[in-house]
Each structure stands twice: as C-alpha cells, then as structure tokens.
Design a protein. Structure first.
Length: 767
C-alpha cells in the first residue's frame, strides 16, 4: 500500500513539475526575446512609389495625377514568426484607399486583412500574423484615385500577442494533461462516461472545424459586443457597461440592457491576442462544454442513472433548436440562456420532490445559479422562464406552501436578486430613460401580426433540418425559413411517454419521476402550441397595452421552443427510464433506432449548414462595422444614426482645442472659452452619468445632450483649463456590484464548507 501511495505521489510530483516547466517556458522565451523586438518606421527611401506619388513631408497624391492603384510599397523586409502591428498615419478626403501587406507565404501561413483608410480618421492599423519566418514582407498603400491622400508615416511594430496566445495554449495543454491523468486513474465506468461526453462535445463543435466562421443571423452584432467589451477592458474599465466601440465609437448602452457576463471570456481571449473569429470559436466550444457538464449533472441528479444522464446530455446538447440558435442564428444571448435551463429544471425538481428539511437551501442555490445565468445572458428568456415558473407554481400550489418548499422558493428568489443586482440596478436605472425602445419612432417595433410569425406544426417534428434562411410570416410559407422544431429524438420521447402512460401505467406510477414528467409534458405541449401560428397571440395582444408590450418583447413565438426543449428532454429521459424496465426485451433496439434517427437529424443539419453556409472571415476590430445595431434599440430617442460621424466635434465660442485625446468613452483636452455661452460637443452619445471635470481643480462642468444627442460640455465665461469627460458609474451601481460580489462569495463559501464537512466525515468513517 505504501509503495503504491509513494508511486502515485511521485507521478503527481512529476506532472506538477512538468506543468510548471510548460507554463514558465512562455514567459521565459518572451523575456529572452524582449530585447530583440522588431520596431521600424519607414522613410521615403524605404518606399517603392508610383508615378503619381509626390514626396514632400511624406507621400502625397491627388486625383489630377490619375494615380488609382498602389501608391507606395515598402521594400521587402524579413520578419520572424510572430504577430505585428502595421500602422499608417495619413489624411484622405475620399473613401476607397486601403492598407494591406503581402509576402510569398500563403493565406494559411500569413494573415493580414486589408483595411480601408477612413476619411474621418488620422491613423489606421492592421495585424500581420506570420506562422513562420518570411523574407519578403511588403506593406502597400493603395489610392482610390479620388480626392487627395497624404501618408505621413508607415510603421511595423512587433507585439507580444504571440507569447500571450502561447501562454493560453500552455494552460490548455496543462488542462489536457490533468484530464488525461484523471482519465487513466479512473475506474472503467468513469472512463466510459468521459468518452461519451467527449464524443458529444466533439460532435457539437463540428461546424467549428475550419478556418472561418459561417455567417449567422446575429453574428456581426455579437462579435461587436465581444470586441467592445475587450476594448473597454483594455482602457481599464470594469465592468464595461457603456460599450465604447459601437456607433463609430460614440458609445452604446447595450451593456446596461443586455447581460454579457459570459462574453468576458472571449473578450479576455481578444486581449490575449486571439483574433475575433478564434475568440468566438473558443467561446462556442466553451458553451458546448458547459452545456454538456450542466446537463449531465442535472439529469444525473434527477434520475440517479448515468445512462439516462448521458441520454439527456446528448439529446439536449444536440437538440435542433439549440443547434439552430448556436450556429444558424448565432443568437449568443439565447444559447447562453439555453445553457442554464437544465440547471433551473433540476433545481425546481429537487425543491418540489424533496420537501424535507435536508438540503432545502442547496436546491434554492442551484435554482438561483440557473436563473442568474439567464438574467446575465438574455433578458427575453427571463420573461419566458418567469411565465413558466409562475404557471408551475400555480399548478402545484399545494406543494408551494409546504414548509421547506416555500422556504426554498423564497430563498431562491432572494438569492437570484442579490446575485444579479449588478445587472438589475443599472437596467432599472436606465429603463425609464428616453431611449429608443420607448419611442414611437423606433424602427424595431413589431409591425403587423405577431401570430403570423409562428410555426406550422409540420415544422416542429422534422427529421431533415433545413439550416439556412430567415424568419418569415406564415404568408411566405416555409421554403425560405430554417427548420425551427424539436427534432426526431424529442418527438420519439414525447410519443413514447404517451404510449407507456397508457399501456404500462402501473410501472409508470411506481416511478418517482412520474408526476414531474406529467408536469413537464403538459408545460412542453403548451410551449409548443404557443410557438405555432394557431395560438391566439393577436387576440391576447389586443386585450391590453401591458400584455402587448410583454408579448412584443418576445419578438417571435418560436422562442417558446427553448424551454420546450429542456422540458421534453426530461420527458425523453423519463420515457426511456421506464422503457428500460417495461420494454426490457425491446429496449436495446429502441434506444439504438432512436440514436440512429437522432444522428441522421443533427448530422443532416451539420451537413447542410457547413457545406452551404457563406464563409465569414474576421480577424481585427477594423473589419467590424460599428453601426451594426440593427434597430438601434438603446440609442437616445431622436438620434439620427446616419449623422454619427467619426471624430466629429462641434464647438462654439471657444479657441482651438489642444491635446485632444479620446479613449473609449473618455475624452480629454485643453479648452478656453471666448464667449458667454461657450460649449463644445464631443463624439459621444449622451447618456446620464456622463461627467466633466477640470483635471487640476476637480471642478465639475455642466454636461447635457447636444446636437444629435452628442455629449455637450457647457463652459463658464472666461474658463480656461484641461478637462476630462467620462462615463462614471454612480455610487448605487457600485454598491449593487459589491453586494452581488459578496453574495457570490458567500454562496460559494457556504457550498465549499458543506462539501468540506462531507469529505471529513467520509475520512472519519473510513478510519
């Protein structure tokens, strides 16, 4: 026994030492290379110029020279493997000119997106990524042939992104080493479970196995959210409530109205040097892995069976509606909410099934965690979840008022509020403001029949899924619409449940999950009905303005498929759990046939999506369109988005600005007032809580909405000094964040203490 223990300790020490070496190699290589970092600003002697180019204090050209095409190219240079920032300082008065780089390396070994030179900017940059050394890298500036162009500087600067990425890969490698060691040390039963979960995970990530993204309905919108958070973090802002990148860098209040807690993971990957599309792919894989783990945990808790838990894990993770949200729609908020539905289902199951004193508070915590995930991801899913929770409590009203059930529900409600005050308080603070969602001019308001956006029943139960298309009213048919439905496996589970309840009612009644399965079946059927065009949505909407507002917030009736998928997964697991005993002779054939049909179902979707979708490659911030705000929900009412010109400054009664700098939602400069009503307007959208202070005296200056809702600073008569304008979170936001942080710490500590006591108790029992 001692020799085995010493051998195990020796292996542990070796693995720990190996991981320490792996993690130290990256920073050590960076330290050794730091003195040899490549930095170069080119001069006129380093350029190959076109005939239209004029050399003065830089390189210039105008339309009179008919110089359309490459204006200048740097002479070929040698660069080592790494990630470089190419930066150009310029002025142009017409769009169409561009910055690019070339070498003999192919597109797989060298990535450098071409960037258009913006007439409203003075500098542009792009990232050059080399996967091996190159001897003939050249930078090119192309001129549109219209207006004038002047290039004052071109430079290439080596970044530390390669080493940051390598450090992330080193951490990932260490995780794989630990997972592999855990796998080898585990029992055969655990190995089988891990292999099954790995297969589900790898299958769910199938569309990610290429070097591009496939265009999804909301993909550009959510990529911009991720990059905006990353930019805010790079400026030292946390949390990023007012996203600085949006609306030509005027700032956008999407972080206040749209939960984005999970998006900090891909945003941090962006800071570590990963491209936009690589960060997003890692995020999708992370969501898939999280869904698998939470599903297995939840269904294992509810059914006390590893096989059934794996069935639930596979059926939910590869459910058609979830895959549709994940890939076709790229609905980040909704598929993050789908991550949490099994946890909420498990929490409510445990609360209502175990009405005794034992662990009642743990069930409340579990439910609060699931609800927190939805609140921090997708506001619309909160409405749907809340409706179903209220319906469940009304349906089980007698159980609700049992002592420990009521305590669990009350504690879950309180914890949910406390854990999410950091989102709830800013949301409520801004919700009553004059924002576009409250304006009759809002172009995002639903026009026409809400009910007509529902599904036909034939769309719900399909084997072959159509992956591409948009959401159309019933009058357009379904040929150009993706297949929104529950798929073949959940359909089998539903009809198998009905069959077993009728033919083998005795076996069903003995099972402790019979009553929860009935509740889940009834709620799921209601949700399916509500997702169709036959549910009387329009009649419901016409009953009152309050109902109309709530229903219209859902946008589409088929959003009810999200909770229906989770509920039907429970029904499926229950049906196969009963069939394993009642149909013992046929159970093997039944499960095999069902899994084959399910494989055809999601396999057809993956094939159709992966081989017919339009490729979308996006690497750097400059490739994103920052006005990708769809219906402009969260801009101040009365704003004309077309007039939000980059770097636009309106000034009246002041001398020319000095030392102007803009970093995200913070602007600093030196101003002097020369008239009684002097004011200056900065390229920032005005939201409340913007402040302007004199950096020397700390005097506060008046801030208000100006032209087209730009941030306007009123200057006192005779004022002269340096000012800083920034969005400052009020004290009650900070207090809410502190309360939420303490609540999370307290809950996690309570769970840890309980687990620690259990471990000690087991040790004592063994002794």
């Amino acid at each position: 026994m001692n020799s085995k223990l010493s051998g195990k300790l020796r292996i542990n020490h070796i693995l720990i030492g190996l991981q320490v070496v792996i993690l130290l190699l990256v920073p050590c290589s960076w330290l050794l290379h730091r003195s040899d970092v490549y930095n170069r600003n080119f001069t006129a002697d380093d350029y190959s110029l076109s005939e239209a180019a004029k050399v003065d204090d830089g390189v210039s050209a105008d339309a009179s020279g008919e110089g359309e095409g490459v204006l200048l190219s740097t002479l070929p240079i040698s660069l080592k493997k790494g990630i470089y920032l190419i930066q150009v300082d310029f002025s142009v008065d017409q769009p169409g000119s561009s910055l690019s780089a070339t070498s003999s390396l192919g597109p797989v070994e060298m990535r450098c997106p071409t960037i258009e030179l913006n007439p409203h900017s003075l500098t542009e940059s792009t990232l050059l990524e080399l996967s091996r050394d190159a001897d003939d890298v050249s930078v090119h500036i192309s001129f549109s042939g219209n207006g004038q162009i002047h290039i004052s500087n071109v430079g290439i600067h080596e970044t530390s992104y390669l080493y940051r990425k390598n450090f992330c890969y080193a951490i990932l490698l260490c995780l794989f080493i630990n997972l592999g060691y855990f796998f080898l040390c585990s029992k055969i039963r655990i190995r089988k479970i891990l292999l099954a979960m790995a297969c589900i995970f790898l299958t769910s990530c199938y569309p990610l196995y290429n070097d591009f993204l496939i265009v999804g309905h909301d993909l550009p919108f959510h990529l911009l959210r991720i990059d905006a958070i990353s930019q805010g973090l790079s400026y030292g802002t946390f949390p990023v409530k007012l996203h600085p990148l949006w609306a030509n860098e005027y700032g956008y209040a999407i972080g206040i109205f749209y939960g984005d807690a999970l998006l900090y993971f891909p945003a941090l990957l962006r800071l570590m040097g990963f491209s936009i599309q690589a960060s997003y792919k890692f995020f999708v894989a992370f969501i898939n892995l999280g869904t698998i783990l939470l599903c297995y945990y939840s269904f294992r808790k509810m059914f006390s069976s590893e096989k059934i838990a794996l069935l639930g894990c596979a059926s939910y993770t590869l459910a058609p509606y979830r895959l549709m949200n994940l890939y076709t729609r790229a609905a980040v908020g909704e598929y993050c909410a789908l991550l949490c539905f099994p946890l909420i289902l498990c929490g409510f199951y445990l609360m209502f099934q175990n009405s005794k004193r034992e662990n009642w508070w743990k069930h409340a915590i579990l439910t609060a965690f699931g609800l927190s995930g939805i609140i921090q991801s997708h506001v619309l899913s909160i409405l749907i979840t809340g409706f179903l929770i209220i319906l469940t409590c009304l349906f089980l009203i007698r159980r609700v008022f049992q002592k420990y059930v009521f305590r669990s529900l009350a504690l879950a409600a309180v914890l949910t509020v406390l854990l999410n005050l950091n989102f709830i308080v800013p949301f409520l603070d801004f919700y009553g403001e004059d924002i576009m969602i409250h304006s009759p001019d809002w172009v995002g308001s639903i026009i026409g029949s809400f009910q007509a956006g529902g599904l036909f029943p034939i769309q719900l139960f399909t084997l072959f899924q159509h992956s591409n298309g948009g959401a159309w009213p019933t009058t357009a048919g379904i040929s150009n619409e993706p297949t929104f439905g529950i798929g073949i496996l959940l359909t089998i589970g539903l009809f198998l449940f009905i069959y077993l309840s009728g033919i083998h009612y005795g076996d069903c009644k003995k099972n402790r999950n019979h009553a929860p399965a009935i509740v889940c079946m009834l709620l799921s059927c209601l949700a399916l009905y509500m997702s169709t065009c036959y549910f009387p949505w329009d009649a419901l909407i016409s009953s009152s303005d309050a109902v109309k507002s709530i229903v219209y917030n859902m946008e589409f009736p088929w959003r009810m498929l999200a909770p229906a998928t989770a509920l039907l997964t429970f029904v499926l697991c229950y049906a196969f759990d009963i069939a394993q005993k009642s149909l013992e002779k046929h159970w093997g054939c039944l499960i095999a046939a069902s899994l084959v049909l399910a494989a055809v179902n999601f396999g057809w979707y993956f094939y159709d999506y992966s081989f017919s979708g339009e490729p979308y490659r996006v690497y750097t911030t400059s490739e994103l369109y920052t006005m990708q705000m769809y219906s402009y929900e969260y801009v101040p009412s009365g704003t004309d988005p077309a007039a939000l010109q980059e770097n636009l400054i309106h000034a009246e009664g002041i001398s020319p600005l000095e030392g102007y700098q803009k970093q995200g939602t913070t602007v600093s400069c030196t101003v002097s007032a020369q008239a009684p009503d002097a004011h200056i307007e900065f390229p920032l959208l005005y939201y409340k809580h913007y402040q302007c202070i004199d950096t020397s005296t700390r005097q506060r200056l008046t801030v208000c909405a100006g032209t087209n809702n730009m941030v306007r600073v009123m200057l006192p008569e005779g004022y002269s000094g340096s000012i800083r304008v920034s969005f400052v979170e009020p004290w009650f936001w900070r207090l809410a964040e502190a309360v939420s942080a303490l609540a999370w710490i307290g809950v996690c500590f309570a769970l840890y203490r309980t687990r620690d006591r259990k471990v000690k108790l087991r040790i004592v029992q063994k002794i």
